[in-house]
Design a protein around this ligand. Structure first.
Ligand code: BTN
Length: 249
């Protein structure tokens, strides 16, 4: 079982302590935290579990969540209109910093929400808005899944890895605390986009853009301050938002 005390003892502020929920397993921490928000949770809620039975990724995909990983979702209540894509960028930077603070691996980001190590995916982020019955954005659930250790499904072997497989042995509690500390820090720091761009694997590369039924190749040229990806295509430049597309490197 995850040791609550080991996490809370390392938090830089008491902000997350009261709303920390631990579990052995659940379907999806994002789904659970979202339910809480829909039922009126207004404070800080952070759920951490040891495995998920129905972990979710972007665009309706499953996120493999075997024992040994860290699966964490936290809730924010924006006071002004937010761009969910930028929240994802913030969380990606926080996740990359947290992992690097505990081991010697270099963490790259693949636009928009994937963390990579040695060219394989090691973590993913899913930010989801919670809407009121009148369509107002009342909260955002930000979930991160990090493959710390454990056995990933065989079919992911060529594209995903764990920190342990890459030679880093680290405690999930230390990683959870490091993520929450970095997540808190990145909320107040507006300068995270340069780091997001610097860590990105896609810039200057040819990528395959999957947009509904359309699939085309393009060259990724820049990432705007709003977190959009600018690509050069045969028909000129296009600006892609995270909701629209997925990318293959
Ligand atoms: C992706 O790879 O597309 C995003 C993966 C996000 C996974 C995390 S694990 C914690 C939280 N709960 C979920 O069901 N998804 C996110």
């Amino acid at each position: 079982m995850l040791d609550r005390e080991r996490i809370t003892a390392q938090l830089n502020s008491s902000r997350f302590v009261q709303g920390l929920i631990f579990g052995d397993y659940t379907d999806s921490t994002n789904s659970q935290v979202r339910e809480m928000a829909l039922h009126g949770a207004t404070g800080e809620v952070t759920m951490i579990v040891e495995r998920q039975t129905a972990g979710r990724g972007r665009r309706g995909r499953a996120f493999a969540s075997p024992e040994g990983g860290l699966y964490l979702s936290t809730l924010i209540h924006p006071t002004e209109p937010v761009n969910p894509g930028l929240i994802t960028c913030r969380a990606a930077v926080a996740g990359a910093r947290a992992i690097e603070s505990l081991c010697n691996l270099k963490i790259d980001i693949k636009w928009v929400n994937d963390l990579f190590v040695n060219r394989r995916k090691v973590a993913g982020i899913l930010a989801e808005g919670v809407l009121s019955p009148t369509g107002q954005l009342t909260a955002v659930v930000v979930g991160i899944g990090i493959n710390v250790a454990g056995n990933l499904p065989a079919e992911l072997e060529s594209i995903a890895t764990t920190l342990a497989q890459e030679g880093a042995t680290l405690s999930r509690e230390d990683l959870a605390a490091a993520f929450l500390n970095e997540w808190e820090a990145v909320q107040t720091n507006q300068d995270f986009m340069d780091e997001y761009r610097r860590r990105n694997l896609v810039l200057g590369k040819e990528v395959t853009v999957v947009q509904g039924d359309r699939v085309y190749t393009a060259t990724a040229v820049s990432i705007t301050d709003s977190g959009h990806l600018v690509v050069d295509t045969a028909d000129g430049q296009r600006e892609l938002t995270s909701g629209e597309v997925s990318l293959r490197l």
